[in-house]
Ligand binder design. Structure first.
Ligand SMILES: *Cc1c(COP(=O)(O)O)cnc(C)c1O
Length: 376
């Protein structure tokens, strides 16, 4: 089989219409307001809250600063329970706050923090749970909230993958005390770099907005040692335009996901996620999980062979965060305590998925996959 003549990456960012963007850029050039809660920032915040179906949202320069700030907003300290199966920024945000991460294993189906294993990890120093809606699939939000309520600890969701996802018709971002979004170029919804915190009351929103602007409550009052994590006007203008195309992009992503599913269903040793009832997905990622014995070759062999064919999947998430030097010395990082996460990290490849990916390319990718398997 021939290799693809151009590299197909796991994702490709969607950009807004350039002519429309230039109109907004002209306005910015004329007003000379570049940042500090300008009119595009205000408009984007307002429209985005409506678009997502949340009460309050605060825009950020990126998702990592939003995560770091969210922990400051709620004065989280001591120990926080989190998942090793995520992007490193989830745990790094704890480290930047001097908080000790406590890793808990994941559920084999959802790949999210296993709610049944959280309680055993709670100590008198635990102040919060930081779960991740991995691939945009909802965490066990009700079970996690119950634990939060019983123990009096906060729940902060890393919802970097969950833009636009709903559960029973309600935004997934409405669960927990706070949710964090990322609008990085590689995410389903991008503002080049960008992020946000979703909260549920006006006072918390105010506190978030102080903290992302050095702690300024007004011209002469600094209420906290804040940071500079503001989104600028150019990003906000770009973001405003991105909302126009998002719904159509999700439809295209869904088509691609369904084609992958139908073409892969008879391949032994490959499993993938099905849509979940009551969930509106965003199809950010299309992870497949390789059972080496049944498929015939290991995940890594498959990963590198696909690269030879110009198919650049990604091993999201491998290695586990708990395996990196900063964290592997922690008692909770012991791989024997994280058997499911260990296994999944060795099995996963996220296949290319983005709105402009042609159905023909999807077929070619699957044909290459089949060509490497035992069953074809
Ligand atoms: C992308 C991502 C982040 C970081 O967001 P940035 O905007 O890149 O800083 C955090 N957590 C998860 C799970 C992510 O995928």
């Amino acid at each position: 089989m021939k290799r693809l003549n151009k590299i197909v990456n796991v994702t490709q960012p969607s950009l807004p219409d350039l002519d429309e963007f230039i109109i907004y850029l002209r306005e910015i050039w004329n007003s000379k307001q570049l940042t500090n809660n300008g009119s595009f920032h205000q408009e984007f915040e307002k429209q985005l809250a409506d678009f997502l179906g949340v009460k309050y949202i605060s825009l950020f320069a990126n998702g990592t600063l939003a995560l770091i700030s969210a922990l400051q907003v709620l004065r989280i300290s001591g120990e926080v329970i989190t998942t090793p199966y995520s992007f490193v920024a989830t745990t790094h945000s704890l480290w930047w706050n001097g908080i000790k991460p406590v890793f808990v294993d994941i559920d084999p189906e959802s790949k999210n923090l296993d709610p049944l294993k959280i309680e055993a990890a709670i100590t008198p120093r635990t102040t919060a749970i930081l779960p991740v809606h991995v691939y945009g699939n909802p965490c066990a939000v009700d079970e996690i909230q119950k634990i939060g309520d019983i123990y009096g600890i906060k729940v902060i969701y890393d919802a970097a993958h969950a833009f636009g996802v709903t559960l029973n018709g309600d935004s997934l971002l409405n669960f927990g005390d706070l949710s964090i979004l990322s609008f990085h170029a590689t995410k389903t919804f991008n503002t080049i770099e960008g992020g946000a915190i979703v909260c549920h009351d006006e006072n918390t929103k105010k506190r978030i907005d102080f903290l992302k602007n050095f702690g300024f409550a007004d011209e002469v009052t600094v209420v906290a040692p804040g940071i500079n994590a503001k989104m600028n006007e150019i990003q906000a203008a770009y973001g405003l335009l991105q909302m126009n195309s998002f719904r159509n992009q999700v439809i295209k992503r869904k088509e691609i996901a369904n084609i992958y599913r139908s073409l892969l269903q008879d391949v032994k040793g490959i499993s993938y996620h099905e849509d979940i009832k009551n969930v509106k997905h965003n199809y950010s990622y299309f992870p497949i999980f390789i059972d080496e014995d049944e498929f015939g070759i290991s995940r890594d062999e498959l990963y590198f062979k696909l690269r030879e064919k110009n198919i650049y999947g990604r091993r999201y998430f491998y290695p586990l965060i708990s395996e990196f030097p900063a964290y592997r010395g922690l008692a909770s990082a012991d791989s024997e305590k994280l058997p499911i996460a260990e296994r999944v990290a060795k099995q996963v490849i996220c296949l290319p998925i983005y709105p402009e990916l042609t159905l023909q390319t999807v077929e070619t990718i699957v044909n290459h996959l089949k060509g490497l398997s035992l069953s074809f």
